[in-house]
Design a protein around this ligand. Sequence first.
Ligand SMILES: NC(=O)c1ccc[n+]([C@@H]2O[C@H](COP(=O)([O-])OP(=O)(O)OC[C@H]3O[C@@H](n4cnc5c(N)ncnc54)[C@H](O)[C@@H]3O)[C@@H](O)[C@H]2O)c1
Length: 251
Amino acid sequence: MPGRLEGKVAIVTGAASGIGAATARLMAREGAWVLMTDVQDAAGEALAREIGKAAKFVHHDVAEEADWKAVMQVATQDLGGLDILVNNAGVLVYGTIESSTVADFRRAHAVMVEGTFLGCHHALREMRKGGGGSIINLSSIAAQLGQAHLLPYSAAKGAVRSLTKSVAVHCQMHKYNIRCNSVHPGPIHTAMFEDVKIASQKHLLPEFQKGSPVGRANPEEVANMILYLASDESKFVNGAEMVIDNAMSVQ
Ligand SMILES: NC(=O)c1ccc[n+]([C@@H]2O[C@H](COP(=O)([O-])OP(=O)(O)OC[C@H]3O[C@@H](n4cnc5c(N)ncnc54)[C@H](O)[C@@H]3O)[C@@H](O)[C@H]2O)c1
């Protein structure tokens, strides 16, 4: 039986760990050619080797436009085009409106907002050439909530949410056959969540001191949602925000 992404070419950023790694594994299993990118070269290369010939790893800092151009070149020249982009790379930057520095704010925005902007900007050109595509941007329920001690992160994830809708409407208006959706996880069991636990022990994130009231999911559960959005099964889903949080954001 053909896979749900048979023959499609996908770029997954931040693919060396957590949700990006689970997504790369799942997409390869469903028949895609996966270009995995990250700043963690050793972990990214090891995972690409483990996945096998369907995966290739390239060093990529998503905040650098020159890196995006190089990654797009690998996708088009070595893999023949681009059908799917998952803007997943992220960094947890905590602090309140009083304790955060401009450097904190800029770091969160450089990776998650500028990184996502650059990804969408460069992917659109390649996807238009190929007649369509699907872009999935990792936001967070931090975009919906008011998390006092995660101001730089929350502001960046809010920007990813609205950037996604703007791209979706633009593509729909121009009939590009390119969809753009955001995914909003709650607490997911990854390295980032471990960082939250450590920060809460140091009283940097008092909101999390009692742990998560809704439990937490595994990265594979988020990868399943990303797979759905990447596949043709979701061809009428565009500009949507897919929340995976066991009702945490609606209480
Ligand atoms: N874990 C959670 O609870 C949770 C909740 C909501 C949203 N998210 C989002 O999901 C995405 C994946 O996070 P995760 O939980 O898998 O965390 P993770 O820390 O396991 O993975 C993030 C990856 O991004 C990479 N990265 C960081 N800066 C980069 C850069 N400049 N260029 C390229 N790669 C870079 C890291 O090296 C790492 O491999 C992030 O965007 C995160 O904000 C996570």
